[in-house]
Design a protein around this ligand. Structure first.
Ligand SMILES: O=C([O-])C(=O)C[C@H](O)[C@@H](O)C(=O)[O-]
Ligand SMILES: [Mg+2]
Length: 443
């Protein structure tokens, strides 16, 4: 038997049955980054998922770690014993058997991360995605192929990311959490300085500023300062629905010549459609098109020209490719959204991005802000890009010591950090003791 024949025989004989699932909630440090809802807490929850096959192959995945996700992930994990890691479509069938506590679904904008309206389906999809990634990682290891090959193969060797700029404080209120050397950025000069460090350290060439923090005139000034400091570089501004359609149109007029796109200037598809009708600046969203049922109205009304995909809440890497096909059909652009995440998710994002022909824009990633990671070797950006791994599976390895330490941090927490709450974090700051999540639009 040749080596190739033996490998084929070994793969055919592999037992793909899941015999064990490990769920490890962790708390990872997060800087005091500001957004329309408040400020990030010193630590944020993530869930690390491991699926182990009968042959002892382990696949890893990562998703949101707030209590409402853990409450779903645990019963879902119980259903997985005996399931094949190759039965990816079956994950959705299993997830439908897991009940969602209606008290967890507010059907209003998710207060823990600005990912649009929270629904039971979206909660389930956010769980499925983490398990799908873990199954794909395991499957890739069994077959000796990278995840991108399981998705049909990469069409690019590197994936471009953009610098994710935030207004921020130098420290968390009271010096809580970990400190860093970024300093504060609360005005145009601070934003430009932050952008320079992103260029120097990572080589990013496009920039997104998280807005909705200061009155629009101040954020317009910051974008103009960036345009002057980095002429010709793509710029984006995202106030997470912080403005009325009228304000959005004024901002679009002021920044028309310099913005690559304006992201979620105003909340909801009807408002976005109104803005879209009045400006040539492309509108992007990760808030009003976040699930399949939201696509029809938004696309037919031409409310958005770019959708920011996110495999976590769209339901996984294959669902992201389905979204890409729908966007292609309608001539809508595709970019990629990111929330606070670690290297397992960044690997997954990079694999899927490498396979999507119409990923027209540099992807978002919070990763440079995340100093804690459970993988053994951090991802390294070169010229703002990540090289697509050709190693089996995702191409990442768990650092069990770090995983245990970050899990211990979660165990030791009294509960305040286990659910992301940017408004609660804001109330800890001097002068903001009465802060409530602002009603949108705010300006
Ligand atoms: O593009 C976006 O809207 C986001 O990345 C949402 C996030 O929750 C961001 O606003 C944040 O982490 O503050
Ligand atoms: Mg956004």
């Amino acid at each position: 038997m040749t080596t190739a024949e033996k490998n084929t025989a070994d793969r055919a004989a592999a037992d793909l049955t899941i015999t064990e699932v490990r769920l490890t909630p962790v708390l990872i440090s997060d800087p005091p980054l500001l957004n329309v809802q408040g400020v990030h807490q010193p630590y944020t929850p993530r869930l690390v998922i491991e699926v182990v096959t009968a042959d002892g192959v382990t696949g890893v995945g990562e998703t949101y770690g707030d209590t409402k996700y853990l409450e779903l992930a645990r019963p879902f994990a119980d259903l997985l014993a005996g399931h094949s890691i190759a039965d990816l479509n079956g994950l959705a069938i299993l997830a439908a058997q897991v009940g969602v506590d209606e008290a967890r679904v507010d059907n209003a904008v998710d207060v823990g991360g600005l990912r649009g309206v929270q629904t039971a389906d979206k909660l389930r999809l956010s769980i499925i995605s983490g398990f799908e990634v873990a199954c794909l990682d395991a499957l890739g290891k069994v077959y000796g192929v990278p995840v991108h090959e399981l998705l049909g193969g990469k069409i690019r060797d590197t994936v471009e990311y953009s610098a994710y700029l935030f207004y921020r404080w130098a420290e968390h209120p009271g010096g809580a959490g970990e400190s860093d050397t970024w300093g504060e950025a609360i005005d145009p000069a601070g934003v430009v300085e932050q952008a320079r460090r992103f260029v120097d350290d990572y080589g990013f060439t496009s920039f997104k500023l998280k807005g909705g923090v200061f009155p629009p005139a101040e954020e317009i000034a910051a974008i103009k300062a960036l345009a002057e400091a980095f002429p010709g570089h793509p710029l984006r501004l995202d106030p997470n629905g912080g403005w009325t359609p009228e304000t959005s149109l004024k901002v679009a007029e002021e920044l028309g010549g310099v913005l690559e796109y304006l992201e979620d200037p105003t909340p909801g598809t009807p408002n976005m459609a109104e803005v879209s009708a009045g400006t040539d600046v492309p509108l992007a969203t990760n808030m009003c098109v976040t699930t399949l049922p939201e696509i029809r109205e938004a696309f037919l009304k031409d409310a958005v020209q770019v959708v920011l995909s996110d495999h976590h809440y769209w339901g996984g890497l294959r669902a992201t490719r389905e979204l890409a096909a729908i966007c292609r059909t309608f001539g809508v652009g595709l970019s990629m959204h990111s929330n606070t995440h670690m290297g397992i998710s960044l690997a997954a994002m990079t694999h899927v991005a490498a396979t999507v022909p119409n990923l027209d824009y540099a992807c978002d990633s919070h990763y440079p802000w995340q100093t804690d990671d459970v993988i053994t070797a951090r991802h390294v950006f070169t010229d703002g890009r990540l090289t697509v791994s050709d190693a089996p599976g995702l191409g990442v390895e768990l650092n069990r010591e770090t995983l245990a330490r970050l899990h211990q941090r979660w165990l030791d927490d009294d509960g305040t950090m286990r659910d992301r709450d940017d408004a609660a974090a804001m109330r800890k700051a001097k002068g903001h003791e009465d802060w409530e999540t602002p009603a949108l639009p705010r300006w």
